[in-house]
Every structure is written in C-alpha cells, then in structure tokens.
Design a binder for this molecule. Structure first.
Ligand code: FE2
Length: 303
C-alpha cells in the first residue's frame, strides 16, 4: 500500500496539533490509509484528549473476538492474544453490524523482535479480487457469514478467546440470545459453549467519502487466525448459502495482501490513526516486551 503519512513532532502539543489540523489529518488517513504521528511526548492519560482533538467519539467494543484489557477510560490493550499468534488482516469489528470509523493505536512499549502492526489498502484488495476472482466476487455479493464458537469464560490461550459473556456483555443465556436474535445470528448451545453463525454480512462496501469499492470484511483474519481448541479457521468463513469460501481464493488474497503490506515498526510514543473504512490491519508475532494500546473511534457526523 501507499506508505502512511508520517508526521514528526513539532513544538505544539499533539492534541493542539490534531485539533488544528483534524480535517487534513482525517483526509490524509483516508487517502493514504493511516497517519503515523511520531515523536510527540504523549502518555497513556493523554490519549482520550488526542482522540477528542481529532473530533472523534468513543466507539464501544461489542461483538469482537479479540481479548482486550481496559487500561483507563476507553483505552484498551490492542490485543491480549499470545505473542506467538499472528493476527491476520481485518477491518476492526468487520463481523459485527456496526464498526468504528477510525482506530487510534499508541505505542506504550515498543517491541524489540517482531510485533509490527501491518496495514494494507482494502481498495487495492477489492480491485484485485474483482480482476482475478470474478466468480468468487459475484458469490460474495450475497454476503459472507462467520462461524465462531465462544467459551463460557475468557480463554487467554486463544487469539479469539473472548467468552460469550465478555463478547456480548451478558451474564445469562437469555440476554445473549436476545442480542443474537437482534443481530440475526444463528446459534446453538453445546453445554455452556456457544456456537454462532452470523447472518450474511457485506464482503464489499463503498468507502463513505469517495465511494471507492473496498474489500471490507474479516475473512482473512477468520480463515487464517480463528484457530483454537474450539474453532477451525478454514471452516469459519462461508458464503451466504453456508458453503465454505474457497480456500485457494483466501490464500491468494492473503498472499496479495502480504505483498502489498506496510509494516509499522513501532517507536515508543507513536500514535497511529487508521481509517478503518479503507485499511485492514494485522499484528506480527513477537518476542519480548510489547505494549500497544488502542482506542476505537466513531466519527462525528459533522466532521
Ligand atoms: Fe484489530
């Protein structure tokens, strides 16, 4: 993908800089996929102020697979999945009905081995799929369904180990069933384990500003990464009629995404603004310390 815009610190505090230039910064995030803000003296407690300065609201984390810990306010750890587990390309909350418009990532502790946050332009993926896989693209116009099996309590050994209680913010089966029915998600109980399959969700969308076609989904992440004691990634993505999406197609699109990716090599204090409508992100495995935080954001209507 195009390299994200990289801006280096000025004498102006980051929140002031972001507030002054928010329209331009959000436009650059859309054009280039992301904006990396480097070198500002930013601490964890500044992050919500920085988000506000961009004119962005909090977006609640609901329905996602990634295990996360609340650090302060609406600041979450980016992903508590074991460091050995890659987290393949996805749009944040692509498998949910609503998704954040932007993500703010913050590097609290830079990794020393691996651990890049990788970005790819989903508009380029859409063009590639339309050109190289027109038959699959036509089937995907009917939507894509995600199958996931959720444990009753969080499983820290799994990259998608959020329990159904955490995922849906529910304590009882009746509460979670009401939410699943509202979403149109099919489900079964296997003792206290919950099997789910979403209603068909869009595989492609148009970006809300320019209208470009976007390969906007979590198919690659599910196919490559939804593996644990309960889930098999290769069985987690299906067409609208329930048949599995062709593996060769997903392998080829994944390989294309890797060829086009931009790898963010973190430095302490980095703030990365990602446009979640047009850009997928991924996490490389790592060794040693690494602490990346995130804020899920919703754009003001007037912004
Ligand atoms: Fe993510």
């Amino acid at each position: 993908m195009r390299v994200p815009t990289i801006l280096r610190a000025t004498d102006v505090p980051l929140a002031t800089f972001a507030s002054t230039h928010k329209a331009s910064l959000l436009a650059q995030a859309l054009l280039h996929g992301a904006v990396l803000l480097r070198g500002w003296p930013v601490g964890v407690t500044d992050l919500e102020t920085v988000r506000d300065a961009f004119g962005l609201d909090d977006f609640p984390y609901f329905g996602g697979a990634a295990p996360r810990t609340r650090v302060t306010g609406n600041v979450l750890t980016a992903n508590d999945a074991p460091p050995t587990e890659p987290i393949p390309f996805h749009h944040e909350l692509a498998q949910a009905r609503a998704r954040p418009s932007h993500l703010l990532f913050y590097c609290d502790v830079a990794p020393t081995r691996g651990g890049s946050t990788d970005l790819v332009d989903s508009r380029a993926l859409a063009r590639y799929v339309a050109k190289e896989h027109p038959r699959v693209a036509a089937r995907l116009d009917e939507g894509v369904r995600y199958t996931r099996v959720l444990p009753p309590v969080d499983d820290p050994c799994s990259p998608i180990g959020r329990s159904w209680r955490s995922t849906y913010g529910c304590d009882t089966r009746a509460q979670v069933e009401a939410k699943l029915r509202y979403e149109g998600t099919s489900f079964e109980w296997w003792d206290d384990v919950l099997w789910t399959r979403t209603a068909p969700l869009p595989a492609f969308r148009h970006d809300p500003v320019r209208g470009d076609l976007v390969f906007s989904n979590a198919m690659l992440a599910a196919h490559k990464g939804w593996n644990d004691a309960r889930n098999v990634g290769t069985k987690s993505v299906s067409y609208a009629d329930g048949t599995p999406v062709d593996e060769a197609f997903l392998d080829d699109v994944h390989a294309y995404a890797v060829r086009r990716q931009y790898r963010t090599k973190w430095e302490k204090g980095d703030v990365l603004l990602v446009d979640n409508a047009v850009t997928m992100h991924a996490r490389s495995p790592f060794e040693g310390p690494r602490r990346i935080l995130t804020l899920l954001c919703a754009q003001h209507k007037e912004a």
